[in-house]
Design a protein around this ligand. Structure first.
Ligand code: PRX
Length: 649
């Protein structure tokens, strides 16, 4: 688990950026009062946020109950999450306010107001009821980035069914596994969606997945791509046909604060993906709080755009729940950033006058590669704040973002959090915090962070393991169906604390610098992929005897997946076939960038594969001590070949 490289030192970055007077004078927060208030009593602080930002149909009696590692927030309280995201805005006279400026990849657009979103959500909630979905059921969603994805999620929330969204880029097998783990009743999908000028046939993949999902009784298909699909009689229904017949009224039913809102599957170090459980009241409170204060949201004037997909936690919290709870106007974009040209994102920013823009370092590095002239083609002066999420942002990318996108005036919020934390945990507050390029700065008000060393001792300065010291409202409530794994995975490494799996470093001013994962989880383009999962996928190919997978530093994607494969006797190594096999087993995002065939893998004498050495090889470092290897010649040979043939796409 421990790995010296996880806490390698970075060269210190000395540049600092103080919030400008212009930004501060209009910022929601421009002093330290929130931090001070939260440090007095974090539970009371969150309780205040819950009353201010969320509408409750019944007050809670206890703000927080903490039986480590199980938390409850706003106990006894009742609310409806979809009411908070929709009805209350319409009731306040904001029905005509735009919720989504939807931009399809081919260039088609749709404007969805809060009143329309509420109307569609109510109808679709009735559709789900009509299909027999009741409170407590699970519903799977496998969709392109279209407004119906948000509608499906909100409709589930309205009736107390938990959604489990599976990213549209995942394979049929991944979808099957997730549906089966959640024992979902209904699947909501689309015929297809647009990606790089072509249709990706979601329904077709879903059909394959549905061959092995006995719990699914009904499938609802949104027409988006217009591609041919096969509809199975009795099981498959067109969304538009069901909606045309649906009762338009579905009152929002009050739910317990701890009602399961959703499951979202994420990779862990071992075994199959974990269904991370998030509940209602606490999650919504922190989603709304962070979205409002980290992005300095002025809901009446801002146009917010988060480029994530709803299939990831960023899409859940910062496209659906946070922004809608706050009544924001946002852009939702379906496609890739380079269709039809490399300036698509900037064209969209200009077109809609985007003021707040939230994306990932991997995207920023790609934009850098495409050149300064792409953003320069457009007027980006509407932007007033930029955000980053998903992986450490290197100072160079931070500076480029600052200069070429932010016109050297926008504050940048580098936000650290995870699927499990549910919402942002470490980030600047843009009107308060002096930023340093590459540092996520400090824990937000109400969040307890501490760096510790190997033995759990406090680290004042320098490198260590990032832990969270106190419960927080949006924290995961567990792993679906596996409370022991929950305790073991997050709460056992350092007693009494949550260990996030990340290494970090504290500089002399107490700023936090995230240094990446210290376990066997890779971070590819901001998405977590476990080495074990890719290895299992490789080994499931008939030609493979054994596989070891590592994440090697990559200039664009953060880490790239490099696989070392030992073949079964009589088989030829076919790199392309294996890459495709991984795409089928998991999804294209998990395709190794390079595969090296080797007669043997470097192992300790006890037979453990030494991934650290393989990472050294992949990153072209000199090898340290190889004396614990059973056969040192294996790794020397791999190193020689890596030097000859640098990993290329
Ligand atoms: O390693 C950290 C990295 O992404 C992991 C969480 O991945 P996931 O659950 O997929 O959620 C990504 C979006 C919230 C973390 O353990 N990570 C996320 N944000 C940052 C980051 N690493 C450094 N800096 C960040 N701002």
């Amino acid at each position: 688990m421990t790995d010296a490289h996880a806490i390698d030192s970075l060269g210190w970055e000395r540049r600092t950026f103080v919030p400008s007077d212009a930004f501060r004078s209009n910022a929601l927060v421009s002093d330290h009062s929130l931090y001070e208030e939260a440090s007095q009593d974090f539970t009371a602080f969150w309780a205040k946020q819950a009353s201010e930002l969320v509408s409750w149909s019944k007050d809670w009696h206890t703000a927080s109950e903490w039986n480590l590692p199980f938390a409850k927030w706003f106990v006894g309280g009742e609310l409806n999450v979809s009411y908070n995201c929709l009805d209350r805005h319409v009731l306040a006279g904001k029905g005509d306010k735009v919720a989504f400026h939807f931009e399809g990849e081919p260039g088609d657009t749709r404007t969805v107001t809060y009143a329309q979103l509420l109307d569609e959500t109510q109808r679709f909630a009735n559709v789900l009821k009509g299909l027999g979905v009741v409170k407590g059921d699970r519903v799977n969603i496998y969709m392109p980035m279209i407004p119906e994805a948000a509608i499906a999620m909100l409709a589930c929330a309205r009736i107390g069914a938990a959604h489990s969204v599976v990213f549209g880029g995942f394979s049929a097998i991944s979808l099957t596994d997730r549906i089966n783990d959640a024992e979902a009743k209904v699947l909501i999908t689309a015929d297809g969606g647009w990606r790089r000028g072509e249709i990706f046939p979601l329904k077709h993949t879903a059909d394959e997945a549905l061959l092995g999902t006995p719990t699914i009784t009904d499938v609802v298909v949104v027409r988006r791509g217009g591609n041919e699909v096969t509809m199975q009689d009795g099981r498959d229904h067109w969304y538009h046909e069901l909606m045309a017949q649906a009762d338009p009224v579905c009152p929002a039913e009050p739910m317990d604060s701890e009602q399961l809102l959703f499951l979202l599957y994420t990779s862990g170090t071992t075994g199959r993906p974990k269904g991370i459980m998030h509940t209602s009241g606490g999650y919504l409170t922190q989603a709304a709080f962070t979205h409002k204060y980290v992005f300095d949201l002025h809901a009446d004037t801002d146009v917010y755009w988060c480029t994530a997909d709803v299939g990831w936690i960023t899409g859940h919290t910062y496209i659906v729940y946070g922004p809608l709870a706050n009544g924001a106007t946002q852009v939702m974009y379906e496609g890739v950033p380079n269709f039809p040209g490399n300036d698509r994102m900037w064209q969209i920013v200009e077109k809609y006058g985007v003021t707040l823009f939230y994306t990932a370092p991997t995207a920023i590095r790609t934009f850098m590669k495409w050149g300064d002239h792409e953003p320069a083609k457009h007027d980006l002066s509407s932007l007033r704040l930029l955000g980053s999420v998903g992986e450490p942002i290197n100072p160079e990318a931070w500076m480029w973002y600052h200069e070429h996108i932010g016109g050297s005036t926008c504050p940048i919020v580098d936000t650290w959090w995870q699927t499990e934390t549910g919402a942002i945990m470490i980030s600047p507050l843009p009107g308060v915090t002096t930023t340093k390029p590459g540092s996520a700065t400090f824990g937000l008000p109400g969040i307890g962070t501490e760096l510790v060393d190997e033995s759990g001792e406090h680290v004042e300065r320098g490198g260590g393991y990032l832990t969270l010291t106190q419960p927080w409202p949006a924290m995961l409530r567990g792993i679906w169906g596996d409370p022991d794994r929950y305790r073991e995975t997050y709460w056992s490494r350092f007693s009494g604390r949550y260990f996030a799996g990340d290494g970090a470093k504290l500089d002399d001013d107490g700023y936090l610098w995230l240094l990446g994962r210290v376990d066997d989880v890779m971070n590819v383009s901001g998405h977590r992929i476990s080495t074990t999962e890719v290895e299992s996928a490789l080994v499931s190919h008939p030609s493979v005897a054994e596989a070891a997978v590592v994440g090697a530093l990559d200039a664009t994607t953060g880490q790239a997946i490099i696989a070392y494969v030992t073949l079964r006797g009589g088989f030829e190594g076919d790199e392309q076939a294996l890459r495709n096999h991984v795409a089928v087993e998991i999804g294209s995002i998990a395709k190794p960038k390079a595969i090296y065939f080797t007669p043997d893998l470097p192992k300790t004498r006890s037979g453990k594969i030494m991934r650290r050495l393989l990472r050294d090889v992949a990153e072209g470092r000199n090898l340290g001590d190889t004396s614990t290897l059973a056969d040192a010649s294996v790794v020397n040979e791999l190193q020689r070949r890596a030097a000859e043939a640098p990993a290329e796409d």
